[in-house]
Design a protein around this ligand. Structure first.
Ligand SMILES: Cc1ncc(C[n+]2csc(CCOP(=O)(O)OP(=O)(O)O)c2C)c(N)n1
Ligand SMILES: [Mg+2]
Length: 577
C-alpha cells in the first residue's frame, strides 16, 4: 500500500526494473517523443548506478528488431526493442514477420500518442506529431506477427505486464509480443510498496515436452522395418544439443537427413547421413519419413511426394496455427520437444534393434556416405572455374570464403538465389554456426549478425547477401551500429545485377511469355554501384571485386579487418542474372 515515507518513482522507473527482472540485457532502441519518461529514467538509473538494460541505438528499426533476434538466438533469452509509436511499429513490421516465422521471442515496445491535450497530466501533448500519430488500432500493424499485445493501462502493473509479455513470448511455440504505453502512463508516480515483482520461478513460461511411449514405439516399429527412411528438418538445430542427437539417431538407424531451407544447422554437413538440401529425389523413394521441426517440407507443385510414405511429424509447432493453408502429410503428428522425442526414439530403437537391423542400417549409412562424397566432388567441380571478369563464379567465391573461415565462425545465408550455392560450398559442422531465412522479409541478416556478434564477441560473423538484399538490410544503419558499438562483422554481397528471384519467378509462371521474349523481367538494379564506398562512409573496410583472380586476397583483407575490429563489406560482381 502507498505510504508517505516510501520513495516514489515514475512508472518508467519500474518499467526499467521490470525489464531487468525478465532477463532483458539490452534494449535495441529507435526513440521518439514517446520515450521521454524512459530516457529520463534511464539517465537517473545511470546516475545512481542502478542496474538497467543497456541501450543500443539503432538508426533503423529493422536493425533493432533483427539485432534483438540475433542476440536472442545466441543466448536463448528474449530481448526488448523500443520503437516510436505507429510509425516505428510500421517500420518494425517486416522484421517482426521474420521473427514470427523464426519463432524468436522478442518484446517489441512502442509508445502511444499522449491522451491528454491541455496539460492535465505530465507528458501531455506538446507537439504536432502527438495529434497525427494516433491510429485507431496501433497494434493491428503487427498483429499478424505477434502472439500477444497489450497496452499498459497503469504503471502500477508495469512489472506484471512485463512478466506476462515474457511468459507468452517464451512459451512454446515461442514468438514476438507487442506492448504499448502512452506517455502519461510512464510519467505516473508510484511508491515502491505499491509495485510487486513477478519472479520467473513462479510465473514462468510453458514448454512442450516429450510424448507418450506408444507414439515413440509406433515410430520405432516403422523405422525398424524401413528400407529407405528419410528425415526432413529446418529448425531442430535451434537447440544446439539436438545436432549431435540427430546425428546419432541418423547413424544408428541409417536415415537420410535432408535440410530443406535450413534456419539453423541441424546436422553437421559432414555427417555421412546428410542428404543435401533438396528433398525431391528422396521423397519419391522414402517408405518411412520423419518430419522434424520444419514448416515447408518440400514444394508440392515441384516435388511430388510418395503417397505410400508413412510420416511421423514431430514439431514444437505441429499444428501450424499461423499458416492459413498448410496441408502436408503426417500419419502421426506429435507436438513436442524434438530434442527429447528423438532421444526417446533412439533409446527405443537401441532396445529393439536386432543384428539384422544394425547391418541394414550400417549399409544404408555407407551408401549415404558415398552419395555425399559424390555430391561434394560435384560441388568441388562447380567451384573449380573462377568465372570471368565482371562475372565471378559464385561457387568459386563461396568455396574460397569457406576455406578462409574457421569451423566456429557463423554464416548467415541470405544469398537468395545464390543461397543454394552458399549451402553447397560452405559446409558448416558446429551447432549454431548457420542462420538461414525463416520468414520472407529480406534484410534480416545485417541486424542479426550484429546481435550474434554482441552476444558472442569472440566469434567471426559473416553475412552473405544478394545485392537486392543488401539494400533491404539498410546497410548504413547496420554499419553505423557496428561502428558505434564496436561490433565488426563481414558482409559479402553477391551482386548478380539485380533480383534473380523475381526474374526466375516470372520464367517459372510464363516460361515462353512476353517477359522472356522481350527480356523484360523488371529485375535489373542500378548498374555501377560501389558498395565498398558505403562501407568506407562508415569507417569500415570496403572491397569491390570483379576479377576472379582478386577474390582470395580480397577475402583475406576483409577477414583481417574484421578480426582486428573493423567491419568489412566485400562487394563481388558475380554471374549476372
Ligand atoms: C522486404 C522484401 N521485399 C521484397 C521481397 C521480394 N523479393 C524476394 S527475392 C527478391 C530479390 C532479391 O534480390 P537479391 O538479394 O539480389 O537476390 P537474387 O534474387 O538476385 O539472388 C525480392 C525483391 C521480399 N522477399 N522481401
Ligand atoms: Mg541479386
Amino acid at each position: 500500500m502507498d505510504s508517505s515515507n516510501e520513495a516514489r518513482h515514475s512508472a518508467a522507473h519500474y518499467f526499467l526494473e521490470g525489464l531487468t527482472e525478465i532477463g532483458c540485457d539490452y534494449l535495441f532502441c529507435n526513440f521518439g517523443t514517446d520515450h521521454a519518461p524512459l530516457i529520463e529514467a534511464m539517465a537517473s538509473f545511470k546516475r545512481d548506478g542502478r542496474k538497467a538494460p543497456a541501450t543500443i541505438l539503432c538508426p533503423h528499426e529493422i536493425t533493432a528488431v533483427h539485432m534483438a533476434a540475433g542476440y536472442t538466438i545466441a543466448t536463448g533469452r528474449g530481448q526488448g526493442v523500443v520503437v516510436h509509436v505507429d510509425a516505428g511499429t510500421a517500420n518494425s513490421a517486416m522484421a517482426l514477420h521474420n521473427l514470427s516465422r523464426g519463432r524468436i521471442p522478442v518484446l517489441l515496445m512502442a509508445g502511444r500518442a499522449p491522451f491528454t491535450t491541455r496539460g492535465e497530466l505530465l507528458g501531455t501533448r506538446d507537439n504536432y506529431v502527438h495529434f497525427v500519430q494516433e491510429p485507431f488500432d496501433q497494434a493491428s500493424i503487427v498483429r499478424p506477427y505477434t502472439k500477444w499485445e497489450y497496452n499498459l493501462p497503469s504503471g502500477v502493473v508495469a512489472k506484471e505486464a512485463l512478466r506476462r509479455a515474457h511468459t507468452v513470448m517464451h512459451s512454446d511455440p515461442k514468438g514476438p509480443v507487442y506492448m504499448t504505453f502512452p506517455r502519461e502512463t510512464l510519467t505516473e508516480l508510484w511508491s515502491e510498496g505499491q509495485i510487486r515483482s513477478y519472479p520467473r520461478e513462479r510465473f514462468g513460461p510453458a514448454s512442450v515436452g516429450a510424448v507418450d511411449a506408444q507414439s515413440i514405439d509406433a515410430i520405432a516399429t516403422r523405422l525398424l522395418a524401413a528400407e529407405r527412411p528419410l528425415l526432413i528438418t529446418a529448425y531442430a538445430g535451434r537447440n544446439p544439443d539436438s545436432v549431435a542427437r540427430l546425428d546419432e539417431l541418423a547413424r544408428f538407424a541409417g536415415i537420410r537427413v535432408i535440410e530443406f531451407s535450413p534456419i539453423h544447422l541441424n546436422l553437421p554437413h559432414d555427417s555421412p547421413c546428410h542428404g543435401g538440401f533438396m528433398p525431391a529425389k528422396a521423397l519419391a523413394d522414402a517408405d518411412v519419413g520423419l518430419l522434424v521441426d520444419v514448416d515447408v517440407l518440400w514444394i508440392p507443385s515441384d516435388m511430388p511426394d510418395n503417397s505410400a510414405t508413412w510420416w511421423a511429424h514431430i514439431d514444437v509447432d505441429a499444428e501450424k496455427r499461423n499458416f492459413p493453408m498448410w496441408t502436408f502429410p503426417g500419419n502421426l503428428r506429435l507436438p513436442g520437444d524434438s530434442h527429447r522425442i528423438l532421444a526417446d526414439l533412439l533409446a527405443a530403437l537401441k532396445v529393439r534393434a536386432d543384428a539384422g537391423f544394425k547391418t541394414r542400417a550400417a549399409e544404408r549409412v555407407k551408401r549415404l556416405a558415398e552419395e555425399g562424397k559424390a555430391r561434394h566432388e560435384q560441388a568441388a567441380k562447380a567451384a573449380a572455374a573462377p568465372g570471368t571478369l565482371g562475372q565471378i563464379n559464385p561457387h568459386y567465391l563461396c568455396a574460397a570464403l569457406a576455406k578462409a573461415l574457421k569451423p566456429s565462425d557463423i554464416v548467415l545465408n541470405e544469398a537468395i538465389r545464390n543461397g543454394g550455392i552458399v549451402a553447397q560450398q560452405m559446409p558448416r559442422t558446429e551447432p549454431g554456426t548457420l542462420v538461414g531465412l525463416a520468414g520472407g522479409g529480406l534484410g534480416f541478416s545485417g541486424g542479426m549478425a550484429l546481435g550474434l556478434k554482441l552476444a558472442m564477441p569472440e566469434r567471426t560473423v559473416v553475412q552473405i547477401v544478394g545485392d537486392g538484399t543488401f539494400y533491404f538490410s539498410n546497410p548504413q544503419s547496420t554499419l553505423a551500429v557496428s561502428r558505434h558499438y564496436k561490433l565488426p562483422v563481414l558482409t559479402v554481397v553477391l551482386d548478380n545485377s539485380g533480383w534473380a528471384a523475381v526474374k526466375e519467378a516470372t520464367l517459372r509462371v510464363y516460361p515462353d511469355g512476353e517477359a522472356k521474349a522481350g527480356s523484360e523481367f523488371g529485375a535489373t538494379l542500378a548498374p555501377d554501384m560501389d558498395f565498398s564506398k558505403v562501407a568506407e562512409a562508415a569507417g569500415a573496410h570496403g572491397e569491390l571485386v570483379s576479377d576472379p583472380a582478386a577474390v582470395e586476397d580480397a577475402i583475406a583483407r576483409c577477414l583481417d579487418a574484421v578480426r582486428s575490429g573493423r567491419s568489412a563489406v566485400l562487394h563481388a560482381k558475380v554471374t549476372k542474372l
